[in-house]
Design a binder for this molecule. Structure first.
Ligand code: FES
Length: 762
């Protein structure tokens, strides 16, 4: 166990809540993210004496640990969290148990050498070949129960299908399924559970048998001529490079991969069905709009994933979230908590099937140790959901108490009872529905497919040429809350979209937009002005926020030009509500063209300065910046010349920060005929790729199986930003400020390119 600890502040720094934390108590086992809400807010990194682990709860801290697997070694990832008893060790010895490190808990450089050698079967392109097999298995199991009206989906299919898929993928004979399930549970309890001394002996027996069984299967496979499947690839690598893929490695890997490849998917699928069926409106929406299935599956992985936590050990004294971790400090990263961190996910406790950054969840880990099978798991979950929403849309969750196998890593219900009325099965009316499948591309969900229908409840003129819209959920349910600076993408009839900021008030369950008619624009605002009326419907994506207030800043200078007032007004509302120090400058050509003047004067009069062009009162940007106190966050939205002036003035003020949002359209960003190929090294993932002239960096990175979020794919929103460790960037975006470009540590991957070789933190 680690020694007592000190933080940067010195002394014994942890609260009673931290000292009392128990990862095996009922509230944590039932809802790990909820049980650690206090920690995310008050004590994001703390030491648990009961566990002997440093517990890390915030998204950014967990990601930083995953990013650096030299300082934070994965070697303890499969260590028994409850030390074995001498009797249990004796049992394991009897079985010659000798499980060694495998891909998940190996250090560099050997880990990446092996991972690279074994990665080919996991690219999205290679995985497509498995979809028909998954579809067939799901369909057969569903055929068997569809006229029954009641089933425990875990027992009937959620564990067996992922296990069959895993064995098929690995090329292992599909035998002894029940026994393998029993072995997998024993492995979970052995590694992450808290078995009693008596249970330890029983568990050790099962683990020993599992070890023996794996050895027998491996020997059988080695004796055969080369067959299909990933284990046969490994056996071949073992023949070709026995010093990289050793004999013991093969045996250990076979045992570990059987568990890793199916139990996580089985539990994640059970969690997803439980969460979706307990929200009938979300289930109904999926049935009506199956294009949302990939995003819904991803959101379930975020909200209620099957991997609750993962472990690392510090190889030197270091800092996490401002807390000092000593050399040898064991770290429990609570992925479920990071996935509910409001600093990264809007309304994190809500299950929102429209969430467009759900794929940034930590359930698959991150970086060079990220789950290799993630896209296989996604594929299975999507096919389960697609078959059930099409063939049993009337499915309901039965009232039941859910039981979980107590452990700190894997979470999912042991049974999931559902019921339905077979007389309502759609295929009884239309037999063609049984086979009317819909396929999804392998990989992270495509954000463009995540569209929500909203009703326009009011449309009014806010100022000359500015149309105000109020939007509501068609079912009358409240629309999700949003944070100041957030926007919606309004989808146009041609499938293109335009971005409009939400302008408050937040928290009303409705959304407000203000749309300036731009005669010289691309036509989106003209379509909205000419077509959209109260009672009509719009399709939107979001809310998304790439324009965030730093509420910790000591002062805020808010500057809006013209229609740029929309996000700025929401920010002013927020700062006022929190009693923060702010000044609001609003510039426009004339009062008649400036929206919300009355409301702003009423709500923000004390902080407001108006700069009305035709009254001769222009904003003096140089004076505003010069007058900003050190530490001020300057936040601006408006025309390009305003933002450029601010960038120029703040370049000499490193003691203030500038956050801006552009609302112009982007210039042509990418012309394959004129581009040069470049090389990119993904440092965290250990991959080197070539970006050809006719592909974007984003496309190439995704094809290698690395998830990178994207939204506009026009260089406007910043959601596809990647961190640059070294190399020269040719910037094409409209997101980064001059100072950020000069720093050279970011690239907007949908449009910007490297010159020569780039090294990225990804
Ligand atoms: Fe919006 Fe790249 S996806 S800037």
């Amino acid at each position: 166990m680690n020694k007592p600890v000190t933080s940067a502040a010195g002394g014994c720094p942890f609260s009673a809540k931290a000292r009392n934390f128990d990862a095996f108590d009922a509230p944590y086992q039932a809802d790990p993210a909820g049980a650690l809400r206090w920690a995310r807010e008050e004590e994001p990194v703390f030491y648990s004496e009961a566990l002997g682990y440093w517990v890390v709860t915030r998204y950014a801290d967990i990601k930083a640990i995953f990013r650096d697997n030299i300082t934070f070694s994965p070697s303890v990832a499969l260590e028994k969290i409850t030390p074995p008893t001498p009797e249990a060790l004796e049992v394991l010895k009897r079985y010659d148990f000798g499980m060694n490190r495998t891909l998940v808990n190996e250090d560099e450089p050997v880990h990446m050498e092996r991972r690279r050698a074994l990665l080919d079967a996991f690219t999205p392109e290679a995985l497509e070949a498995h979809a028909p097999m998954v579809r067939r298995l799901v369909r057969e199991k569903l055929d068997a129960i569809i006229d029954r009206g009641r089933a425990d989906l875990v027992a009937e299919m959620f564990w067996e299908i992922p296990l069959t898929v895993a064995l098929h993928f690995l090329g292992i004979p599909e035998e002894d399924m029940e026994q393998l399930r029993r072995f997998s549970v024993a492995h979970t309890v052995n590694t992450w559970g808290r078995p009693s001394p008596d249970q330890q002996v029983a568990v050790a027996e099962a683990v020993g048998q599992f070890w023996q069984y794996s050895g027998q299967v491996l020997a059988k496979m080695q004796a055969q001529p080369r067959g299909a499947g990933w284990m046969h690839d490994m056996i071949e690598k073992n023949r070709q490079m026995p010093e990289v893929v050793t004999d013991n490695y093969l045996h250990s890997m076979l045992m570990a991969i059987i568990v890793a490849a199916h139990e996580t998917t089985a539990l994640a699928t059970a969690n997803a069905f439980r969460e979706l069926l307990s929200r009938p409106a979300a289930w109904a929406e999926l049935c009506a709009n199956p294009a949302l299935i990939p995003s819904a599956a991803e959101e379930c992985l975020r909200h209620s994933g099957s991997m609750v936590s993962w472990r690392r050990i510090a190889t030197r004294e270091t800092q996490v979230g401002g807390v000092t971790i000593p050399e040898g400090g064991r770290i429990l990263m609570v992925l479920a908590s990071g996935n509910h961190d409001p600093r990264h996910f809007e309304n994190p406790d809500e299950l929102d099937i429209y969430r467009d950054n759900a794929a940034e969840h930590l359930t698959f880990g991150y970086g060079s140790h990220q789950c290799m099978g993630k896209n296989l798991a996604r594929m299975e979950m999507r096919i389960f959901l697609e078959e059930f929403t099409r063939r049993l849309p009337q499915l309901e969750l039965e009232a039941q108490d859910f039981a979980y196998q107590p452990n700190v890593a894997l979470r999912g219900p042991e049974a999931l009872w559902v019921r339905w009325d077979p007389a309502l099965n759609p295929e009884r009316r239309d037999p063609a529905l049984r086979l009317a499948r819909r396929d999804f591309p392998v990989g992270a969900p495509e954000t463009r497919a995540i569209q929500r229908r909203v009703t326009v409840t009011a449309a009014r003129e806010e100022a000359e040429g500015i149309l105000g819209l109020t939007l509501a959920d068609p079912t009358g349910a409240p629309l999700p809350d949003w944070s100041a600076g957030a926007h919606l993408d309004v989808v146009l009839p041609d499938g293109e979209s335009r971005k409009y900021s939400l302008c408050g008030p937040a928290g009303s369950g409705q959304w407000q937009l203000a749309v300036l008619r731009e005669e010289a624009g691309r036509g989106g605002s003209r379509w909205i002005h000419d077509t959209i009326r109260a009672g009509g419907e719009l399709r939107v994506r979001g809310p998304k926020n790439h324009f965030r207030l730093d509420e910790a800043a000591p002062a805020h200078l808010l500057i809006a030009g013209g229609i740029g007032i929309t996000p700025i007004l929401a920010m002013a509302d927020r700062l006022k509500a929190r009693g923060k120090d702010y000044a609001l400058h609003y510039a426009g050509r004339s009062r008649g063209r400036m929206a919300f003047l009355d409301r702003i004067a009423r709500d923000h009069g004390a902080a407001l300065s108006l700069h009305v062009g035709d009254e001769g009162a222009r904003a003096d940007i140089a004076a505003l910046v010069a007058g900003a106190a050190p530490g001020t966050q300057i936040v601006a939205c408006g025309p390009e010349r305003l933002l450029e002036a601010l960038e120029a003035e703040t370049a000499a003020r490193p003691d203030v920060t500038l956050t801006v949002e552009h609302f112009g359209t982007a210039p042509a960003l990418f012309d394959p005929a004129r581009e040069e190929p470049f090389e990119v090294e993904l440092r965290d993932s250990g991959l080197t790729l070539t970006v050809p002239a006719d592909k974007t960096l984003l496309q190439v990175v995704r094809a290698a199986g690395i998830d990178v979020a994207s939204d506009c794919e026009e260089g406007l929103c910043g959601s596809c930003e990647m961190r640059v460790a070294s190399g020269e960037v040719s910037h094409r975006d409209r997101v980064l400020t001059a100072a950020e470009r000069a720093a050279g540590d970011r690239i907007i991957s949908c449009c910007s390119r490297g010159r020569g070789r780039l090294v990225l933190e990804a």
